[in-house]
Design a protein around this ligand. Structure first.
Ligand SMILES: Cc1cc2nc3c(=O)[nH]c(=O)nc-3n(C[C@H](O)[C@H](O)[C@H](O)COP(=O)(O)O)c2cc1C
Length: 175
């Protein structure tokens, strides 16, 4: 049995939902999983974990600054464990951009950061226009217009392929 940590960064909760799904999949394999927000990691002893998974969503083209900080501050620790990273974004709704080597955000992240996770994944996220502030909604609708996505103001759509999330969970269990 492994003791597995998932560090997550979320704004609207979808990455956390993916983490909870991963937790269920991994715990079925008799491992123990703990979820910790990237804002709270410093109050935990990270040495107790055998594997560390990091998951983060994209907002206006970037993973959160806290994720970069977490990886940089814990580089040695991450290198000494089995580790994995996944990114959540809506560009990944496009089949030609939904793999670690074809998703622009994941590729950019790996170039910027001195860390080579053993497993990588990209998951398409969720759009929920009614829950966004006026300007966020206008900007995302404009981006969607350019990228041929939905623009109706009442659109709520979840693009996540939960089977892909399950496969990633199984890979983590077995790595
Ligand atoms: C204000 C805002 C900006 C976003 N910017 C991007 C972006 O630049 N590229 C992208 O692919 N997705 C973008 N998204 C989509 C999010 O990555 C997607 O909604 C994801 O599910 C959010 O996950 P979270 O709830 O864990 O933060 C954006 C969403 C919001 C609300």
């Amino acid at each position: 049995m492994s003791n597995i940590l998932i560090i997550y960064s979320t704004t609207d909760g979808h990455t956390l939902e993916i983490c909870r799904y991963l937790q269920k999949v991994i715990e079925k394999d008799a491992h123990q999983v703990q979820l910790i927000s990237v804002n709270d990691w410093s109050s935990h002893d990270l040495n107790q974990f055998d594997k560390i998974i990091v998951g983060a969503s994209i907002r206006y083209g970037k993973h959160s600054a806290q994720i970069y900080r977490f990886v940089r501050k814990n580089k040695q620790l991450l290198d000494s464990k089995l580790s994995a990273f996944f990114s959540v974004n809506v560009v990944a709704r496009k089949p030609e951009k939904n793999k670690p080597d074809t998703n622009p955000y994941l590729k950019k992240f790996l170039k910027q950061i001195d860390w080579k996770p053993k497993e990588l994944a990209v998951f398409a996220g969720r759009l929920d226009y009614p829950s966004y502030s006026y300007w966020d909604r206008q900007i995302i609708r404009f981006i969607m217009l350019i990228t041929k996505g939905p623009t109706a103001r009442d659109t709520i759509v979840e693009y996540t392929n939960w089977q892909d999330v399950e496969s990633f969970g199984i890979r983590i269990s077995r790595m």
